[in-house]
Design a protein around this ligand. Structure first.
Ligand SMILES: [Zn+2]
Length: 633
């Protein structure tokens, strides 16, 4: 919308145009371009456009509108027979004498441009910036890179068979040679002209895509350039295209500018963080990337000079040195640049932890700490001790050491070795350490017992210990180390189940009693008695009533017993007078409303039942609030 000042400026000039019939007039003020749509000597619509604003003035109604002309006009043909003034023609870049859709479109383009001025301006500024950033990075690629990229497509090449020509086409040399019989699917053929040998395809065409990338120096910066290689073969034609689609400029400090090439030139590339679970078209995103050159060359990037990152990267590439994963190199640089801790870890030879800390979530590392021991959350002494046994430990090894520190448990050398090698989860390791501490037992003893008697099944062992505690077993060696572990394990489990059942039965009894009491209370209240000619309402008298109802109607009302007992909800049985013992519909009333009402197999209410249920609900609503009821009872 135009500012107040601009609106004042727009209305300075009057609307009167002597002797003008139907015309689109144009004039400029200090800040505005103005189109007046004139009808019988007076402007009826005034379109005003400044550099960053636009507005349309409805002269007859004296109203401003903030929209395009297209949206303003109720009838798109309202001004079609209006003449265009010379000035208007020039501004709208049209030769037409009359106002037409093309002129209308041109005005709207001017309005939109003004409205989006900020965005367009930003975009233009960014384009200028990108041009500056790109300067000096348009390096020629070595010829070897083209050969390398083309080779990636070799495995997809086939000698093509044409049934119409009854001949084969060699994609290597372009020769064709006669073949009277249809070739067997997948059979091998050798080109008589060049000796190229591969399988035959009778497909109409073949298409394959691979990505290759190259790292180049550009002054003190480095550029990572991603090329898409596309192969297309049909009988008589074989072509490969190689084009650069993405380029990341790595500054000396490791910061990066990712760019993508579009039909409108180089733009910021923001869509890089796609999910692994989302399949992206091969042509769109480098699904597989092959590095041209060696990792050593890669490490010559100024951003990585004097860094240990090479150690790390080398560890995570295959022997063939193809860095295949999506944007792997960039990801390494990115996490590496975040903090100096990775550099320190690598310099200490803690390569595994550096990798885990960078790429996996592990809350046990203190990610904001820049000192190795603080980062690992482990004293230097314990870290040194750990590394006597495992020079390049994992995060899990560090956790194990940390538990010993936390519970102040000291293990002798051979015990520590055994402990670190245990193939159990980190949580289980903590449980083991805790057990050693609380039960005052050596790791040697407990490990020997669990290995020899419980098949090294630590989780079953701790389950068992937990049950004995629930059952208040006396603490003794015969409890902790039973002779026949699995037999004892099963017996104790059964015992615990029985105890739990007994508790549940007792609880059920209490619930049942509460429900019976409620029944007693409510029967005193007249509103709880409800019936019509065919139906009547019943209340459960205990949990067994709810169970029976649930069983005969095949639904889950029995599960509501606790809520019913605690008066969090109310359950009623709607029965037929003709068959009072037979379950029919179950009604739940909660918060003074019908929560649900179902018949057999959870069928919904019929109209008749609905009317009956709501009749009952309305009657219940006439009960006075609870304290009053209690007082009456
Ligand atoms: Zn050939």
């Amino acid at each position: 919308m135009l500012t107040k000042e601009l609106r004042q400026e727009a209305l300075k000039k009057g609307f009167h145009y002597p002797k003008v019939e139907k015309s689109v007039e144009f004039y400029r003020t200090k800040n505005l371009m103005i189109y007046d749509f004139v009808c019988e000597e007076s402007a009826v619509v005034r379109v005003c456009i400044s550099k960053q604003h636009a507005g349309i003035y409805d002269v007859l109604n004296s109203i401003w509108k903030d929209c395009t002309l297209e949206n303003y006009l109720e009838d798109p043909n309202q001004f079609t027979n209006y003449m265009l003034s010379e000035c208007a023609k020039k501004l709208l870049k049209t030769d037409s004498l009359f106002f037409d859709s093309k002129a209308s479109f041109a005005i709207d383009a001017q309005i939109r441009k003004a409205k989006n001025w900020k965005k367009i301006n930003q975009k233009e500024n960014r384009e200028k910036e990108i041009k500056k950033i790109m300067a000096g990075t348009n390096k020629p690629v070595p010829s070897g890179f083209k050969i390398f990229s083309e080779k990636l497509l070799c495995s997809a090449k086939r000698i093509m068979y044409s049934a119409k020509e009854k001949s084969l086409y060699c994609p290597e040399c372009g020769n064709t040679f006669q073949l009277p019989d249809v070739p067997k699917k997948g059979s091998l053929h050798t080109c008589p002209a060049c000796g190229y040998s591969t399988k035959v395809s009778s497909a109409q065409y073949l298409n394959d895509i691979h990505w290759s990338y190259i790292v180049q120096a550009a002054g003190k910066r480095s550029i990572i350039r991603y090329f898409c290689n596309e192969l297309f073969i049909e009988y008589g034609k074989c072509s490969t295209i190689l084009y650069e689609k993405y380029r990341t400029i790595v500054e000396e400090d490791g910061s990066m500018v990712p760019l993508m090439q579009t039909s409108e030139g180089w733009k910021d590339y923001k869509g890089k963080n796609y999910s692994y679970f989302y399949t992206v078209p091969k042509r769109e995103v480098p699904n597989d990337m092959y590095l041209y050159g060696t990792v050593e060359a890669l490490m010559k990037m100024p951003a990585l000079k004097n860094s240990m990152l090479d150690v790390w990267v080398k560890q995570h590439i295959g022997a063939d040195k193809k860095l295949c994963s999506e944007y792997l190199v960039e990801n390494y640089i990115k996490v590496y640049a975040q903090t100096t801790i990775y550099e320190k870890l690598l310099k200490h030879g803690l390569n595994k932890i550096a990798h885990e800390a960078a790429f996996y979530y592990d809350s046990s590392f203190h990610k904001n700490e820049e000192k190795v021991d603080k980062f690992l959350n482990l004293t230097k002494g314990n870290l040194d001790r750990l590394r006597e046994f495992i020079p390049d430990p994992s995060g899990s090894n560090v956790s194990a050491m940390r538990y010993l520190e936390k519970y102040n448990v000291y293990l002798k050398d051979d015990e520590l070795k055994t402990f670190l090698r245990l193939e159990v989860s980190d949580n289980m390791k903590e449980q083991i350490v805790k057990f050693c501490k609380c039960k005052k037992v050596t790791l040697y003893k407990i490990n020997k017992y669990v290995t020899e008697n419980a098949n090294a099944d630590w989780s079953s062992y701790f389950d068992y210990i937990g049950w004995t505690e629930e059952l208040d077993y006396k603490k003794s060696d015969s409890v902790y180390y039973p002779k026949k572990f699995f037999k004892t394990h099963d017996r104790v489990f059964k015992e615990l189940e029985e105890k739990k059942d007994a508790i549940q039965r007792k609880k059920d009894k209490e619930i049942s009693k509460k429900i019976a009491d409620l029944w007693e209370q409510r029967m005193q209240i007249p509103q709880y008695h409800y019936e019509n000619n065919d139906l009547f309402v019943m209340m459960p008298h205990g949990t067994s009533d709810l169970k029976k109802e649930g069983r005969s109607l095949n639904h889950c009302v029995a599960g509501y017993k606790e809520f019913v007992a605690e008066e969090k909800t109310q359950i009623f049985f709607i029965r037929k007078k003709a068959a009072p013992q037979k379950s029919f519909y179950t009604l739940e009333i909660k918060n003074h409303d019908i929560e649900q009402c179902h018949g057999k197999n959870n069928v919904n209410m019929t109209e008749e039942i609905r009317a009956f249920a709501y009749g009952f609900l309305n009657q219940l609503k006439t009960i006075k609030e609870k304290p009053a009821v209690r007082a009456a009872a």
